[in-house]
Design a protein around this ligand. Structure first.
Ligand code: ZN
Length: 249
């Protein structure tokens, strides 16, 4: 029952994340005007703006001009609903679910913005650093000191990489790292960075093997950081317990 409620919340949040992804990179207001068709400018009625269902009912086309609606819209809504439900199943209905859902929502918006624009907006990551710390203090999900150390270590680590590589990685990645550290605490952040590097390496090989991008073309690292962060949030503790069982004891 609560899983259905959390998934429904995910649909609504996903609908808002679509607005964030479409408007934030263009510095447009998130709060107005109402959503309109980018092709013909017709305002979208509330009954044509229901997450996932409206896309299916309209067969993916604008009611006024029949221009195709981007797949991104139902995809982000379904993805947010799915990850919210998953977080509830893994973490249970605990106070720790609050920072978890906030982090997942931020990571989904960041992933789609970075894929499309190759930038990670400060408008998400900088308030994210503060939100992670406050949400952890308020819910007790992560001790505040672990949260602060996580933000400093991850942000500082990326800063060192940027300096050492002469700009091989962006400042956006650094601030996203600090945000992950603040939400996850330093222990799970190490897991997140490890998973991100593994996924990023695999992703880079996959992209290179298609031949569409060369070795010099930049591949955004933000989506891999987001993936590593989400995986560490959900399964990091089990992964660490397994690791220490197998290799340390
Ligand atoms: Zn239209």
């Amino acid at each position: 029952m609560t899983v259905a409620a959390i998934a429904a919340l995910g649909l609504v949040v996903g609908s808002f994340l679509n607005v964030v992804v479409a408007r934030l990179p263009h510095r447009r207001s998130l709060w107005g005007p109402r959503s309109a068709c980018p092709a013909c400018g017709a305002a979208i009625a509330w009954h044509d703006n229901i997450p996932v269902l409206s896309f299916v009912a309209l067969r993916g086309r604008c009611r006024a001009c029949e221009a195709p609606i981007a797949w991104r819209y139902p995809l982000i809504e379904a993805l947010t609903a799915g990850t919210f439900a998953l977080a509830h199943l893994v973490l249970g209905l605990s106070p720790a679910l609050v920072p978890a859902l906030l982090l997942l929502a931020a990571l989904i918006a960041i992933t789609f913005i970075d894929l499309e624009h190759e930038l990670i907006p400060d408008a998400i990551t900088l308030p994210g650093v503060v939100t992670g710390l406050v949400a952890n203090v308020a819910t007790g999900a992560v001790p505040w000191l672990d949260s602060v150390i996580g933000a400093i270590v991850a942000g500082g680590g990326f800063f060192a990489i940027i300096v050492a590589s002469g700009g091989g990685m962006g400042g956006g990645d650094m601030k996203l790292g600090a945000m992950l550290g603040s939400f996850l605490g330093w222990q799970l952040t190490i897991v997140a960075l490890f998973l991100a590097v593994v996924a990023g390496g695999g992703g880079a090989l996959a992209v290179l093997s298609t031949g569409k991008k060369g070795r010099k073309d930049p591949i955004p690292f933000g989506p891999f950081l987001a993936l590593g962060g989400a995986a560490a949030l959900l399964w990091g503790r089990s992964l660490m317990a397994w690791y220490f069982d197998v290799f340390v004891s």
